[in-house]
Design a binder for this molecule. Structure first.
Ligand SMILES: Nc1ncnc2c1ncn2[C@@H]1O[C@H](COP(=O)(O)OP(=O)(O)OP(=O)(O)O)[C@@H](O)[C@H]1O
Ligand SMILES: [Mg+2]
Length: 210
């Protein structure tokens, strides 16, 4: 595989999309996803917030930095281990693409090799049963007790691994200007408790809507 030539993504269809990013399958390896900041998001954001464009050294790549730092935090908790924790998406690196810098991540795939369903998908299609609920509790126990920082614990940021566990694929790190939770385990836990409460409310809402 050529690791240096920039990847061509612009002519491909994204396989996933959130509010901020476009997600593509790696053209050479379907087990890998390539995440870029959606150019439309950048345009809209920069128009609204000139500060971002002019002053921020890191600009929109901040979204990648947040995820990478937490990934490295979790790795530091288990030095010497090959794979990082099963509960967060594995980050493989940063690469150049024709849509700007991109994060290479390991895809969570279902048993057919398609992108795994998110927790939201499971609830909406009535596949959120006892096994999935127990796995979510295991994930939430880990999320609360680990030192990891979380900012967006929504149902579409958790992917269901066919082995029977949830993987956080987005939403790590701290979005606050002054990242105080990184130095206060107490505040970090308090905030994560709130996020867990909100996730439970979201699941209840999705179930009622269905
Ligand atoms: N590692 C992964 N494995 C499987 N699917 C993934 C993975 N990463 C992302 N996806 C899919 O792509 C979608 C969008 O990815 P991601 O959440 O990273 O984008 P985003 O724009 O930052 O989302 P948000 O709207 O939460 O800000 C996810 O909801 C999921 O369906
Ligand atoms: Mg997301």
């Amino acid at each position: 595989m050529d690791l240096i030539t920039p990847l061509e993504l612009a002519s491909l269809d994204p396989v996933g999309q959130g509010a901020q990013k476009l997600v593509f399958r790696h053209p050479d390896d379907p087990r890998v996803l390539v995440k870029v900041i959606n150019p439309r998001f950048i345009e809209r954001h920069d128009r609204r917030d000139a500060f971002y464009k002019k002053r921020r050294r890191i600009g929109h790549n901040r979204a990648f930095a947040r995820e990478m730092i937490e990934h490295l935090v979790v790795r530091a908790l288990h030095p010497g281990r090959l794979a990082s924790c099963p509960h967060i998406q594995n980050i493989l690196g940063v690469v150049d693409t024709d849509m700007g810098a991109a994060l290479l991540v390991e895809a969570v795939l279902d048993e057919h090799g398609d992108l795994a369903p998110t927790l939201r998908d499971l609830v909406e299609t009535k596949r959120y049963g006892r096994r999935e609920q127990e796995a979510l509790e295991t994930f939430l126990d880990w999320a609360l007790t680990s030192t990891v920082l979380i900012n967006d614990l929504s149902a579409d940021n958790l992917a269901w691994h066919p082995d029977g566990h949830f993987v956080m694929i987005d939403g790590l790190g701290d979005r606050a200007g002054i990242p105080i939770r990184a130095v206060s385990p107490w505040l970090n836990r308090l905030y994560k408790r709130k996020k867990i409460r909100q996730l439970r409310e979201e699941i209840a809402r999705l179930r009622n809507d269905g």
